[in-house]
Design a protein around this ligand. Sequence first.
Ligand SMILES: Nc1nc2c(ncn2[C@@H]2O[C@H](COP(=O)(O)OP(=O)(O)OP(=O)(O)O)[C@@H](O)[C@H]2O)c(=O)[nH]1
Ligand SMILES: [Mg+2]
Length: 353
Amino acid sequence: MECGLIGIQGSGKTTLFQALTAHAVEVQLGSMKPNMGVADIPDPRLGQLATHIPTEKIVPATLQVVDIPGVPDGGGASALNAVLSSIRTVDAVCQVVRCWDDAGLGPADPASDIASLEIELVLADLVVAEGGVDKAKRSSRSGDRDAKRRLELLEKAHAMLSEEMPLRSGDWDEAESALLKSYGMITAKPIMFVANVGEDQVSGESNHSRVVIDAAADRGGVAVTLCATIESEISELDQADRGEMLDSMGITEPALGAFARAANQLLGLTTFYTAGEKEVRAWVITQGATAPEAAGAIHSDIQRGFIRAECFSVNDLEEYKTEKAIKEAGKLRSEGKSYTMQDGDVVHYLFNV
Ligand SMILES: Nc1nc2c(ncn2[C@@H]2O[C@H](COP(=O)(O)OP(=O)(O)OP(=O)(O)O)[C@@H](O)[C@H]2O)c(=O)[nH]1
Ligand SMILES: [Mg+2]
């Protein structure tokens, strides 16, 4: 699952990408190629688990991020197409919105940035819908049943886009959503926003970030407020200095935690844990996954030879402190093949291959 960072030029996408990937990827500046990387997902629950279950190492879950450059002014059709085709392949998009007044770029105007990018993306999808309608018409004339279904869908999409409505505001069933995704329709993708604020505005809400939060709510999505330059600096520090810097700024955790949680929710993902003396580890799975499916995230053998899953929740561990006490309190659950994994489950798998 990939989350693509999109936005107007200079809104802070690459800075945020570097923060997310802790500067592990050498970024290309001024290139129209996207930067791709993997972000560790900061997760306070891992620390909680390790407090009660002493372990050799802690392994966080990860999120794939793609930093897509903004289209330069006067960049022409080829730059625009390069950017659009990068956006078409990601699973969800995150618009980074400039919320600081910049000496070079001028005052922040988040409402206009959000509206203008949205129109641009609606137009891009409209072009795809137009092309698709023509093609599906030709195919359905030659008696292709499936083409008829595509034609109906594309005509509905075309009508919405002509009214400047993003496709995500439409009512689509699962098959239709999958078809829209296969056409690479950008405005059908789930969207979230980052209100990228100035260094002096990380605590509290500014008028600019309020605009972004409201725009996100209008679109059924979430917004995270952060300062990408500060997050980028924090990500370069080691753990001890990190805590000190956060304290000095009155921040409880790097905003990247909130970012990653929002992105996971957007992507329809949820987290479970394995915990033992070798490692305490977070795993990301699709919401609604069954116990054996979740086991597959760890190893296909565990899924294949699944017998049952012994589960408790992170909260149970907080309350009872040890696994033994959880068991004695009757809170250790034995779950079978059809169990739907819950966010925050800690699991021991029993399997046989
Ligand atoms: N004050 C302030 N400056 C920022 C912030 N985030 C990024 N910048 C600065 O804004 C400039 C552009 O940032 P980038 O991260 O390169 O922007 P971008 O969105 O990747 O730009 P393109 O790739 O050209 O579309 C850099 O000089 C950053 O240091 C922020 O949160 N606050
Ligand atoms: Mg960039």
